[in-house]
Design a protein around this ligand. Structure first.
Ligand code: S3P
Length: 436
């Protein structure tokens, strides 16, 4: 993919349905009594993997455009196939929680990236609850022997992960008694919201000190619902960053999910003095939905409010985890640059996102320091056009497409096709709002 520098971003767009919310809606609808209609379901390959696995487990579902209709079944059916989660950590970790409560064995695998990702974080709690989970040194493939009589547990997460929290809560739906997950750093709360929407109460208690305890009383069966899924803010983030940084830009994104556990990227841009406004927020299907308007800054690299140094608060890292590579790109364009620490989890994503980000930024001539748990870029600095690599990682592909729009001279991106994992419409939508 060849990418030229952009002169501005302009227009009004919607982005496809939220990937995190779509995974949850499909998984919970599959276990519900009755038929659910999921409107504006994510077009991502990741969510496609969730639907495929659910079909393999005997769930009747139909897809027409972006609407998915799911006939729930209280008990899934053993699959004769290995369940292929492709590139999707969410599919594997959430399904593992569901399958732990089913009295049959299942095997979950994925592509080479997913097969190198850590799974002890879900194996430990699921085994405590009474499932047997085999792995290859803590990595997939996973073999799960579920149990019809899981034990409820109190579980304190050692890593801040919404996928782990969701896995345990979904297993908790089939356990006897109250399962509680303690999170010391808040992570996205879509599972709690979706379970509540489907009539399964999840209570949230603030913990003294910080964080929250989430409890679910099992066994419980969700009731089918129609769900409207809002646009994915983690997809919109790429366009928001480009519009905020490129002078004379004006962009509006409508029907966008603006759940406070996901908007930290916008809050961060605002705190850096950028003109990003969220309006018209309303609750739809138990999720906040709104409109975002971004106006580009004035010409010149130094035009935004001067700051001493931009250190991200560590407790906020889990709430903008997917936006950190993009934020590193933003950091090169602002006074004070940006330092991201306490983000070791980035090394265990679809690629080692600290290494992928540092390699690409250096290819563009940027000054950047790498740490085991993050990176620091100086700013403002001019990025040079370069040969860039997605490392097979959708978010790296998109973050560096944006970097290439900001650069001096043309760039080439190897592995641009990986965007389909979360956002197949990324390039055509970008084309519709970019001017060269
Ligand atoms: C997700 C949680 C995050 C995030 C991923 C989606 C989710 O992962 O990086 O893209 O939908 O719960 P972790 O929970 O492992 O941090």
């Amino acid at each position: 993919m060849k990418i030229r520098p952009a002169s501005r971003i302009h227009g009004r767009v919607t982005v496809p349905g939220d990937k995190s919310i779509s995974h949850r809606a499909a998984t919970i609808a599959a276990l519900a009594s009755g038929r659910s209609r999921l409107v504006n379901f994510s077009s991502s390959e990741d969510c496609g993997a969730t639907l495929r696995c659910l079909r393999e487990l005997g769930v009747a579902l139909e897809q027409e455009g972006n609407t998915v209709t799911i006939e729930g079944r209280e008990r899934l059916q053993k699959s004769s196939q290995v369940l292929d989660c492709a590139n999707s950590g969410s599919t594997m970790r959430m399904l593992a929680g569901v399958l732990a409560g089913h009295e049959f064995s299942s095997i979950l695998t994925g592509d080479s990236s997913l097969r190198s990702r850590p799974m002890m974080r879900i194996i430990e709690p699921l085994e405590k609850m009474g499932a047997r989970v085999g792995s290859v040194d803590g990595q997939p493939p996973l073999s799960i022997v579920g149990s019809g009589s899981l034990t409820a547990i109190d579980f304190e997460m050692s890593v801040a992960s919404a996928q782990v929290k969701s896995c345990v809560l979904l297993a908790g739906m089939r356990a006897q008694g109250q399962t509680t997950v303690l999170e010391r750093q808040l992570t996205r709360d879509h599972t709690e919201r979706m379970l509540n929407l489907f009539g399964v109460p999840v209570t949230t208690e603030p913990l003294d000190g910080k964080g929250a305890g989430l409890s679910i009383q099992g066994p419980v069966v969700p009731s089918a619902r129609d769900v409207h899924i809002p646009g994915d803010i983690s997809s919109a983030a790429f366009f928001i960053a480009a519009a905020a940084l490129i002078p004379r830009s004006d962009l509006e994104i409508v029907d966008l999910g603006v759940n406070p556990t996901r908007t930290q990227f916008i809050t961060t841009l605002q705190s850096l003095g950028m003109d990003v406004k969220v309006t018209d927020s309303a609750e739809v299907s138990n999720e906040p939905v709104g409109k975002v308007r971004v106006v580009g800054r004035e010409a010149g690299l130094n035009s935004q409010r001067a700051v001493q140094s931009n250190n991200l608060a560590i407790e906020l890292i889990p709430q903008l985890i997917d936006e950190l590579p993009l934020l590193a790109v933003v950091g090169t364009q602002i006074t004070g640059g940006i330092a991201i620490r306490g983000a070791r989890e980035l090394r265990f994503k679809e690629s080692d996102r600290i290494a992928s980000t540092v390699t690409n930024l250096r290819a563009m001539g940027a000054e950047v320091e790498e740490f085991s748990d993050g990176l620091a870029v100086t700013g403002p600095q001019r990025l040079g056009g370069a040969e860039l690599d997605s490392f097979g990682d959708h978010r790296i592909a998109m973050a560096f497409t944006i970097a290439a729009l900001l650069a001096n001279g043309g760039s080439t991106l190897v592995g641009a096709e990986s965007v389909t994992v979360s956002f197949p419409e990324f390039f055509p939508l970008l084309e519709s709002i970019v001017e060269f």
